[in-house]
Design a protein around this ligand. Structure first.
Ligand SMILES: Nc1ncnc2c1ncn2[C@@H]1O[C@H](COP(=O)(O)OP(=O)(O)OP(=O)(O)O)[C@@H](O)[C@H]1O
Length: 249
């Protein structure tokens, strides 16, 4: 048993097989409290699968995933998911709920008083640079894609979970808005001290956000280290990603 309370999530020899195929194999790594760990890799390399093993949407075939030192299989699923905010690319907002109702959903489920919810929603909308008077009463279809993604982030933060899982939350945005959101998110993460696991296939995004980069290749984690260490890596998959940046410049 790990006695180190600096560790938020630990993978111990985790393999997940579906059909006859391992989707991820022999994952051994830890995520420290307060860090932004970026799961980087090509399409189909196992990033989303790794993330879904954390909030128990998937269960390991072998090995175990520990959240706060307790295997996810031993957690009550609802309690586990309340500790872990989850943001996906399509944001998953309810189309027939206003922004206010979408963001306030989890606090409402947790039995907060209406006044408390309202002030939390306003606080969060300001945090993601959406003026509450202007946006709280709109429906998702009355927002731009970038504004919807900000609402998705606000919703994931609503009940103040210590850990956030973000699966390509800024995909499909123009590069300027994307960079703005990335920088804003980094400021937020540092300010709030959240543990963040962030999936992307964009090396530039990884460099903007990461305290550490975990590189996935065909279901295996082939590198784990700081952005500076990544730049020095000789692993062919790391070199292939680095060449994308060099080529672009
Ligand atoms: N439920 C499932 N059953 C069978 N195979 C799956 C399942 N979910 C994912 N896979 C396969 O597992 C592999 C890894 O998928 P995963 O979604 O983790 O990749 P990814 O790195 O997140 O890719 P992307 O960047 O395209 O989202 C893929 O080959 C995918 O087809």
């Amino acid at each position: 048993m790990s006695s180190n309370n600096q560790i938020a999530v630990e993978f111990r020899n985790v393999t997940l097989v579906k059909g006859n195929r391992p989707l991820v194999a022999n994952l051994n790594f830890s995520i420290n409290q307060g860090e932004a760990l970026i799961l980087l890799g090509r399409s189909g390399s196992g990033k989303t699968t790794t993330m879904k093993l954390i909030n128990h949407l998937y269960m390991p075939t072998e090995g175990e995933v520990l959240f706060n030192d307790i295997p996810t299989t031993e957690w009550n699923e609802i309690k586990l998911r309340r500790q872990i905010g989850y943001v996906i690319q399509e944001t998953g907002l309810f189309p027939h709920f206003t922004v206010e109702k979408n963001v306030g959903l989890v606090p409402a489920l947790e039995g907060w008083k209406p006044k408390q919810i309202q002030s939390r929603v306003s606080e969060l909308l300001r945090l993601v640079s959406l003026e509450p008077n202007q946006f709280a009463h709109r429906y998702p279809h009355q927002l731009s894609g970038g504004q919807r993604q900000r609402v998705g982030v606000a919703r994931a933060l609503a009940a103040d979970p210590p850990v956030l899982l973000m699966d390509e939350p800024f995909g499909a945005l123009d590069p300027i808005t994307r960079l703005e959101l990335q920088q804003e998110f980094r400021r937020l993460q540092e300010e709030l001290g959240k543990t963040v696991v962030f999936v992307t296939h964009d090396i530039q995004e990884a460099f903007v956000l990461a305290s550490r980069i975990a590189l996935m290749d065909e279901g295996k984690m082939v590198f784990l280290g700081t952005p500076e260490e990544f730049k020095q890596s000789k692993h062919p998959e790391a070199r292939a990603f680095l060449e994308c940046i060099e080529f672009a410049l």
